[in-house]
Ligand binder design. Structure first.
Ligand code: IPE
Ligand code: IPE
Ligand code: MG
Length: 235
């Protein structure tokens, strides 16, 4: 049974799914074992997000800094979004989920992965339920840089550029800003995630390692969010 959603539900929740490697290490296993377990945690959380009626869920799948990891681990992580959409496509579609992707499409991302993603995005484009955004080869600084480049390429003059112009040139401009950002694994940092969009987000940091993250943890974070007083610089 879905848990009751808290009174003040965020429209958009973003998650830094961290701790897969440590989770695997604790069991004497290879880091990729942790990523596989993390994939299962992701499916559970997407299900919960649908049940709870969230408008949007963004998950940090691979950062622009994660290329510095060992080749074997990078190869594994590169395969994950394709796997997620391939394995869960029918169900996501049935549940009216719209899949979108935020990140740089550079030459390092295998073409087959981009094809899988593009197919999922196209097939679910008209769905009206949860927007499930996979941040993949994503970096907040890269995103802002790409937005500035796109604005310059259009030849806009300085007077024509305001904050809305920047927002309109981000990877997924139609997404509302995240209201709540959750990070697992006990690390209390941002790691180049949604730098522009999370300007006024509420943050919840939990010690749980991502593969252990369950619906209850999401509900607890939503409860915590509902207790926060958002002020946006006012009184
Ligand atoms: C998060 O877990 C998954 C990705 C970065 C893709 P980590 O792989 O960062 O796990 P830890 O932080 O090393 O435990
Ligand atoms: C952030 O986690 C990136 C993702 C979850 C994809 P990292 O594990 O890469 O972040 P740092 O290195 O601890 O800051
Ligand atoms: Mg980590």
């Amino acid at each position: 049974m879905p848990a009751d959603p808290p009174a003040a539900l965020p429209r958009h929740v973003a998650i830094v799914m961290d701790g897969n490697g440590r989770w695997a290490k604790r069991q004497g296993m290879h880091r990729t074992f942790g990523h596989a377990a993390g994939e299962e945690a992701l499916y559970r959380v997407v299900d919960a997000a649908i049940d709870l009626g969230l408008e949007a869920l963004t998950v940090y799948g691979f950062s622009t800094e994660n290329w510095t990891r060992p080749e074997e681990e990078v190869a594994y992580l590169m395969g994950l979004p394709g796997e997620v959409v391939a394995k869960r496509m029918a169900e996501l579609h049935r549940r009216n989920v719209r899949v979108v992707v935020a990140g740089r499409r550079d030459g390092r991302v295998p073409a087959s992965v981009l094809d899988h993603i593009d197919d999922a995005v196209a097939r679910t484009a008209t769905n009206t339920g949860l927007t499930f955004c996979i941040a993949f080869n994503y970096g907040g600084r890269a995103e802002i840089t790409d937005a500035v480049r796109a604005i310059l390429a259009k030849g806009l003059s300085p007077e024509e550029v305001d904050q809305d112009t920047i927002s309109a040139h981000l990877y997924v401009p139609e997404l509302p800003d995240p209201d709540l950002v959750i990070r697992t694994s006990g690390e209390v940092r941002w790691s180049n995630f949604l730098l522009w969009q999370a300007a006024y987000a509420e943050f919840v940091f939990v010690d749980t390692l991502w593969p252990d993250f369950r619906r209850e943890h999401l509900v607890a974070a939503l409860d915590e969010y509902a207790r926060r007083e958002r002020r946006f610089g006012g009184v």
